[in-house]
Design a protein around this ligand. Structure first.
Ligand code: ZN
Length: 219
C-alpha cells in the first residue's frame, strides 16, 4: 500500500487521496500526439487505487496494448482548498515529487475516436507510480522545476515547469474551482514530449531537479 513519505524516509501523516491530472500542458507533447492545443486546462482524475510506489519495481498491464510512460512533476496537497487564488497556491503544497502517468495508449486512442471518456486508459490499478516527496521548502526553483526520465540508459523525456502552458499555481487555482483538494491529494502537472512504450524488464531512471533520482524496474 502506498504511503506518503519524504525522501529522507520520514512518513507524512496524510492519507493517499485522489490524483488530479492535466493533459496537454507542454506544447511539444501536444504536437507529438497530434492533439489540438488546449484553450484551458484539460483535467482528469486517477483514484487513490491507481497509486503505487515508484521506488519499488512496478508492473504494467499485459495484453491491453501499448503502455506509455509520461513522467510528470507531482504536487502533494497539504491543506483542504477550494477556489484558491494563484498567488496563494504554493502555501498549500506540502511536497514536490515524481510521478508516472501510465497510459494505455491504444485503449485511449480507441476511446478518443469514439468520443468516449478515457478513464480505462488512465485510472487502472497501478496507473500512477509516485515517488517520495521533497519538502516544498527545499525547492528553490519553483518557477522552473526540472524533470526527466531515462529508459534503459537513453534519455526519453526532459522538461521544466517554465515550459508549461498553464503554470503550477495557475493550474492549482483552476483545479480548485472544480474539485476541492484535500490533504493527501496529488496534482500531476502534465508531461513533456518524448512519451513512449514501456516493456517488462525496462530499467527507468527518473530525476527531479538534480535533487532526487529514482531507479526502478518494470515487471
Ligand atoms: Zn499525463
Amino acid at each position: 500500500m502506498f504511503r506518503h513519505q519524504y525522501v529522507s524516509g520520514d512518513a507524512i501523516d496524510l492519507p493517499v487521496g485522489k490524483v488530479v491530472c492535466v493533459g496537454r500542458n507542454y506544447v511539444e507533447h501536444v504536437k507529438e500526439l497530434n492533439n489540438e492545443m488546449p484553450t484551458e486546462p484539460l483535467l482528469f482524475i486517477k483514484p487513490s487505487t491507481a497509486v503505487v510506489t515508484l521506488e519499488d519495481a512496478f508492473s504494467i498491464p499485459q495484453n491491453r496494448g501499448a503502455v506509455h510512460h509520461e513522467v510528470e512533476i507531482a504536487i502533494l496537497i497539504g491543506q483542504k482548498v477550494s477556489s484558491i487564488s494563484e498567488a496563494s497556491a504554493w502555501q498549500f503544497v506540502r511536497g514536490v515529487g515524481i510521478a508516472l502517468d501510465l497510459t494505455l495508449r491504444d485503449v485511449q486512442s480507441r476511446l478518443k475516436e469514439k468520443g468516449h471518456p478515457w478513464e480505462q486508459a488512465k485510472a487502472f490499478d497501478g496507473a500512477c507510480p509516485l515517488s517520495r516527496w521533497l519538502p516544498v521548502s527545499e525547492i528553490s526553483n519553483r518557477d522552473n522545476i526540472e524533470i526527466q526520465l531515462m529508459r534503459n540508459g537513453v534519455l526519453q523525456q526532459k522538461g521544466a515547469s517554465q515550459q508549461m502552458i498553464t503554470a503550477i499555481p495557475t493550474l492549482m487555482a483552476y483545479i480548485s474551482q472544480y474539485f476541492t483538494l484535500e490533504p493527501g491529494d496529488i496534482v500531476l502537472t502534465g508531461t513533456p514530449a518524448g512519451v513512449g512504450p514501456l516493456e517488462s524488464g525496462d530499467t527507468l531512471v527518473t530525476e527531479l531537479n538534480n535533487q532526487y533520482q529514482v531507479e526502478t524496474s518494470v515487471i
